[in-house]
Design a protein around this ligand. Sequence first.
Ligand code: TYD
Length: 395
Amino acid sequence: MIKFLDLGKQPLANSFIKSVDLKKKEKKFRLSIAFNKKNYLVSILNTIPKEMMFNEKYPYKSSESNTMKSSFKKLSTKIKKNFDTENILEIGSNDGPFIKNFDKKKIVGIEPCENLAKITRAKGYRTICKYWNIDLAKKISKKKKFKLIYSANTLSHIKDISGIFKAIDIALDDQGILILEDPSLLECLKNNAYDQFYCEHIYVFSTIALKEILKKYDLEIFDVENTKTHGGSNRYYIKKIFNSKIKIKKNVVINLRKERKYGLHKITTYKAFARRVKLSKFKLSKLINKLISKKKIIIGYGATAKSCTVFNYCRFNNKHIKFFYDTTSFKINKFLPGSKIEIKKYKKLTLKDTDYVYLGAWNFQNEIFKKEKKFLNAGGKFITHIPFPRIIGRS
Ligand code: TYD
């Protein structure tokens, strides 16, 4: 493992603070990112016990975003058309935007966060409130293996990578399909999106790394789709190696080539990324401090885990950003970890309230810009650090 980036001491990105706890000391850890020369995997070095992050207080609900809901719906239609949907397993079913597109009798959700598992159970979907591992895989696939296993933005949160795939190999039918979806390392590097790294994102996967890892478990990628969700993700279609009925699509080679061409197999690429990240911090701080010195008001939009990384790395606080707007009920009236900036219930933006808006949820830029058309048309401006720090207005 070669460490290439140090994002400093960081609190747990989704541990939003109640006002009564503002004076309490927060648990912090060093956020360093490393590259594994052998299998090309990029991961954070110090990990936090899963129970501290994924529990009954987990704030993220995928159904709260229209972009995510429509992405899951489109994928479900495609899956029904192309694959056997007789029995499906979803690892990390969250509040159900994927499973809700399928027959209740044919799908099972795994969701370790009780608050989320309750939501899908209440709608009649079988949901097992446990962490994904080998024991669970054996138990749930004893009678019948799964024809399709789906997991989005979840496997990158699980430290025991060998356990993940051994368990999948156990639960997946020999003719079955595994579909994985996670942020793309290539897009992360191209966008200088260092905020994809935080305590929950132990890995940011690439096609070249997954290919290497899957080999060990007799699994192989037969198709890759590049999607726009979460700032650029990859959807990997995977099968058992000895299932020769499914042919490997050209897209796999195209993605492998693209990633090698960019240099995802070389440490020099990551060192160059680290240099760009430092420059991004310098430029964003300069931009925000300049606006503050001109007495401009800046607020934040979307109190994301990503913002937590940026704000703690750049050392921003409520002197820089007055408050954040967010639509997530759990986050409202709480404070961002580390920077302790207040989160308020979302209200449509107006120039009366603010001069500039830092785009914390930059991965939903299109959805947000559509919603805030009036503000933009009236001359309202956003600030983003993706792919480099700048002010953006009406295009
Ligand atoms: P998310 O994309 O999950 O980012 P992370 O994984 O880094 O936390 O979070 C998006 C956040 O933005 C979530 O708290 C909801 C908020 N949000 C709004 O407040 N308004 C919006 O219109 C959208 C799309 C998101």
